[in-house]
Design a protein around this ligand. Sequence first.
Ligand code: ZN
Length: 151
Amino acid sequence: MMALQKVDTMRISSQKDTSRLTFKDFQEAVSWILRGGYRLQLRSDGVVEVCHSLPGGRLVTQDILDALTPFYREFKRRLKKPRGWPRNVELPKWWSDIALGFTITRARASECPECGFPVAILVDFDMWNEWRCPQCGVIAEPCLPNIKTVS
Ligand SMILES: [Zn+2]
């Protein structure tokens, strides 16, 4: 089974791209995805779909899928609904922008005071944690210091 799949139909292009797309690590792949306006979505069958979300939609080529495939397991781990996300609420369509760009440790049912989104997510900023609204980004609760043991 292919781990990653494109959403749009790939058109056959006559021009050959000589430089193959490669990423040295997960972070580099993520910055490329976010900068380029690509979005990933985890399907219930475990396939990660790749699409382009900005106006003028770029093609998702086999070259892109090949370059992203080494990071499939990490994508899948991050794209899953976080622990505590209510079953009856779908992830927003921009979920991959948040899930790839931030470390989200938990979620819980909590209505946003600004936009009414029914879920809040706990974002780990390394030194502190914040409950944020995944729709409008507002801080849903005062931030909590992240107590970590110093080795
Ligand atoms: Zn909100």
